[in-house]
Structures are given as C-alpha cells and as structure tokens.
Design a protein around this ligand. Structure first.
Ligand code: TXA
Ligand code: MG
Length: 533
C-alpha cells in the first residue's frame, strides 16, 4: 500500500510542480485530461512504466500513449514526423487525438508494449500540459483505471481505483469529453483509426484525406489473429453487471423492458428524458440525439450501475454517427458485444418430435407472434386457392377437382418421381418464405417479436432473414416415442418420417445461435428466457 497524495491545483499553488517532480523522479501520478484521467509515468523510465502496468494490472503487451506539452517534443520520440502528422497536429492538437508513428530508440520497449511504434498525444487540458511541462519529460499514461474497468472520467473514479496504489492524484474535476482519445496510425499508407474518440473520422478525413476504420471497432476482434492494436484484445470498460445492448425504437425497447420482471437486480440504461417509460431502475447516459453528451456520461453510467447492485442491464443502442462511433465502441465492448434486437425475428427449427411446438408455445406465452410454416403450406393449398391452380398446371388437372386439392393424388405423383418432388419444393418453398417473412415484418412493425417456426429453416435459407436462430434437438429414441404417441402411428411410419429430415444435431450446433436439447426438462424455459425477454 502506497500513501497517495491528493493534489488540488485550484487550492494549492505548488500542486503542479509537486506532480511534475514526482513524475521526473520515477513516481506515478494520475493526471486529469480532457478525455479521461491518465496514470502518468516518465515515458523514458522503464521502471516507472513497469510500475504503471503493475498498478493497473495491465497486460504488458498493451502499449501506453506518450503525452507531450508542445508539438516540438514529438521529434525525439519518433523516427520521422510525416506531413500528415503535422497537419493532424495543427488541426487537432492540443486535443483528444493520438497519432501512432514508428518509435525512436529513446522510447523503451516497455512503453511501446514491445511494438516498434508509439502513440503520441498532446492533451488540451491545461493542468495535464502544465504537469507534463513541470515534469520536463514526456509522460506515458494509460487511462487511470484498473485494467478491464471503465476509464475514470472524474476525480472520484480515479480515487476509487488508484488510491493506495500510486504516488499522487491531481484533481482536475470532470473530464469534458468523457471517452478516450481517437487513436490513428499513420504507419500504413492509408491511415487506420484503431480506436474512435472525440475527434471523428469525418473531421480527420477533411484534413488528411481517406482513412480506414479498424474492423474491431464495432465487433469483436477475429479469433486467433494478433491484433494490430493490442487494446482491442482485452476485456474493457466492464461493469460487474452483464450488459446487453438492445437495438430498436424507444417504443420497442420499452416493450422489451416491460417484459422483464423487476427482480431487484435488473436495470435499464437509457437516454435522458426516457426514465418515465420504465418501471425498472434506470440510469441515463446523455441525450438520444447528442453523442457528445452520451460520451461525457457513459463511463459515469457504467460505474453507477455497479453502485445499484444491478446484475443484468439492458442498454439503449446509441447512433454510431460522428462521436457516436466512440460511444458505441465503448458500450459494445462493455457489453462484450451482446447486442440484440428489442423486437427480433426468431427462426425456430428442429426435427420432428424434438419438441419444437412446446418451445413455440412458450415463445407465444412471452408475447411473440408464431408464424407456423407448416400451417402456411396448408393455407397455400386450401380449397379454391390460386396456388392449387398452379399445382394443376404443373402436375396435371386430375390432382384437383373444382379447386379442391386431392393431396393423396399429388403425393402419389411427386413421391414416384424425384424430379417432380423437387419441382413441388421449388414452387412451394418461395411462397412459404415470402408469406412467413411478410408476416414477421408485420409483427415487428406492430412491436411484437416474431417466431418463424420452420422445419426447413436452414435448408430454405430463412435463417438469413432472422436475428436469432434456435434449433430444438432430442435423442432419436425420445423423438420416436413422441411421434408414435403424438400421431398414433407405427414405429415404421414414425421412422420413415424421421428419415426425411437430413440435418444432423452437429449441424444445428454449428449453425444455430441457440440449441435447446430435449425440452422435456425444465431447462428449456430458462433457455427461452435468455432468447426472448
Ligand atoms: O484519451 C486517452 O487516450 C487516454 C488519456 C489518458 O490520454 N489514454 C488512454 O490510454 O486511453 P490507454 O492506454 O488506456 O489506451 C491506449 C490504446 C490501447 O488500446 C492501445 O492498445 C492503443 O491505444 N495503442 C497505444 N499505442 C499503440 C501502438 N503503438 N500501436 C497500436 N495501438 C496502440
Ligand atoms: Mg484504457
């Protein structure tokens, strides 16, 4: 345990000098910046930087940003300063932009996390720059949180995480931006934004032309690939609660939240002014149409969640335009990329006798509209329907009389000839798909989740139009017994029916988002509860 000095430059004229002296001497000082608080150390001092990693519990391969107080201080830190860097600095420094360039030998490997590049930033917060100036050395500073937790955007949050672990904390009040800087690498020919922040891609492009946005900004990094920016590999911004981002309009989100019981540990993260729509405990993060206000509030909101003791949290999905990209990036990562639709289209499939209908009825109980593709197939061929005419044109006039389909006759035609069976499928499947998707769309418009119950969900490609897919499986002997009992048929007939569905359980496990095995047991209720709320 270290004794941590709390320094307040507004009350103590020597605070900045004291902070600078501690930094220069190899100590650790948390400093306020306009983005979030940084945990500073002398960037040239390997030992001091190593202590930063220890204090945060940060993996040693995650590089630290080096902070400067004047533009010219960049020259000794990098091998060259390209024109684009100068233009960006002129437009956005001091400010929330970190520029990655090839590092000089003066930057120790500990600071660069073993990479041959280094991120440089000149913060706009005057206290930050004054402390760097007083230190007389560039200051390596990651965000001043315990690794994995939300970054600290006010003095209290730094104290929560770092009191007793570092030498001093400088009080600079609240951070104006609230999320960390935009990180851009000028190393590739087309610069890449690794982390979105307070300076938007559009602002940057207006100064240096085309930039790319790193693929792991709004989705998890590809498994097994070494990330170009190591920070994206690690769990981040995570409150103790399990956060799920829920897409959709306020009305759909409110209906979704309304289906959740107030169990004392479920909460909602919504925008300001929406509180009255929820009976669950609510924490707000900015206004819906104002990404800057969301950025300023997000980390506060994530930390407040923990104070409420919430274990399950549903968050409104912000717009990803402008600074919204940074808000989405932090929130999606806090949610470990659990992102769902408030009003989803769910594809439900499974083999005959596995228990699909039981699962469908539970979805219905939860307020979903069930769209039964077998039923649609029967409706299609109802007496007098135009589709019966289409069938007659293809399989002969004698399969129907006065518009009434003779199913037995049709069966005898198509089951005797594989090509005709294919033709029948190619006529009926597109119709069933069209009707089922149309009904799903209508349900969603009416703010109700839709379940498309389709034995051939994957075979017909309906899954591609679903937000979530669920497959129901059960052991073959269980299915056999169920089919015989349900349909009152012989073992042989039941086995023939079972043989007509070709997909294996392994296929379902590989392709469906959820597999519910043998809904004889009560566990499936829990599984359905996770899918639809
Ligand atoms: O706003 C900010 O940038 C704050 C304040 C304190 O300046 N700092 C901050 O640092 O957020 P940190 O260490 O928490 O996040 C730096 C991010 C990490 O994701 C890291 O992987 C990435 O930037 N990064 C740093 N140097 C890099 C490099 N040379 N190449 C690729 N990524 C780098
Ligand atoms: Mg950080």
């Amino acid at each position: 345990m270290t004794e941590t000095i709390l320094l307040d430059p507004r009350a103590d004229a020597n605070a900045v000098l004291t902070a600078g002296k501690i930094l220069r001497g190899g100590g650790l000082v948390a400093i306020p910046t306009e983005t979030v608080y940084g945990l500073g150390a002398n960037a040239f001092d390997e030992n001091a930087v190593r202590n930063v990693f220890l204090a945060k519990g940060r993996p040693s391969d995650n590089p630290v940003i080096v902070h400067i107080s004047e533009f010219d201080e960049i020259y000794p830190l990098v091998t060259a300063v390209p024109e684009k860097a100068k233009k960006l600095a002129e437009a956005f420094w001091p400010g929330p932009l970190t520029i990655i360039l090839p590092k000089s030998d003066k930057i120790p490997c500990v600071t660069s996390g073993g990479l041959d590049t280094v991120g440089i930033r000149m913060p706009s917060n005057p206290v930050a720059r004054a402390v760097i100036k007083a230190a007389g050395v560039p200051v390596a500073a990651p965000s001043a949180n315990i690794s994995g937790l939300p970054s600290p955007s006010c003095f209290e949050h730094v104290c929560d995480d770092m009191n007793g672990r570092i030498d001093a904390i400088v009080d600079g009040g609240d951070c104006a931006v609230g999320v960390e800087s935009t990180v851009i690498s000028l190393v590739p020919d087309v610069p890449v934004i690794y982390r979105p922040g307070g300076i938007t891609a559009e602002q940057i492009e207006s100064v240096i032309g085309k930039v790319e946005i790193y693929e792991a900004v709004l989705k998890p990094p590809a498994a097994g690939v070494k990330a170009a920016s190591p920070g994206v590999m690690y769990k981040h911004y995570s409150p103790k609660a399990e956060v799920t981002v829920v897409k959709g309009s306020l009305a759909d989100f409110a209906a979704f939240a309304g289906r959740r019981a107030d169990d004392g540990h479920t909460a909602v993260m919504c925008f300001e002014g929406e509180e009255e729509y929820f009976s669950l405990p609510v924490i707000t993060f900015g206004r819906e149409d104002d990404s800057l206000s969301q950025a300023a509030r997000l980390f506060h909101a994530l930390r407040e969640l923990d104070e409420t003791g919430a274990r399950t949290v549903y968050a409104r999905c912000p717009s990803s335009d402008g600074v919204g990209l940074a808000v989405c990036n932090r929130l999606f990562r806090a949610a470990a990329f659990r992102i769902i639709n408030a009003c989803p289209v769910i594809g439900l499939t499974g083999k005959t006798g596995a228990g699909k209908s039981l699962v469908a009825s539970l979805f219905a109980e939860k307020g979903c509209v069930i769209i039964d593709c077998d039923k649609i197939a029967r409706e299609l061929t109802a007496d007098g329907s135009p589709f019966v005419k289409t069938l007659c044109e293809n399989f002969g006039e004698d399969i129907a009389e006065n518009g009434v389909l003779d199913r037995k006759k049709l069966a005898s035609v198509v089951f005797a000839d594989e090509e005709k069976l294919h033709l029948l499928d190619s006529l009926t499947h597109p119709e069933i798909i069209r009707i089922s998707l149309g009904r799903a769309e209508k349900a969603v418009k009416e703010h109700r989740p839709a379940v498309i119950d389709a034995p051939l969900l994957f075979e017909c490609g309906i899954d591609r139009n679903c937000d979530i897919t669920v497959a129901v499986t059960a052991p073959d002997d269980v299915r056999l017994r169920r089919i015989m009992k349900r349909d009152g048929i012989s073992e042989e007939a039941a086995k023939a029916r079972m043989a007509s569905q070709k997909l294996t359980d392994a296929y379902y496990r590989g392709h469906a988002d959820y597999v519910i095995n043998n809904p004889d047991t009560d566990e499936y209720k829990e599984a359905v509860g996770k899918i639809i709320f």
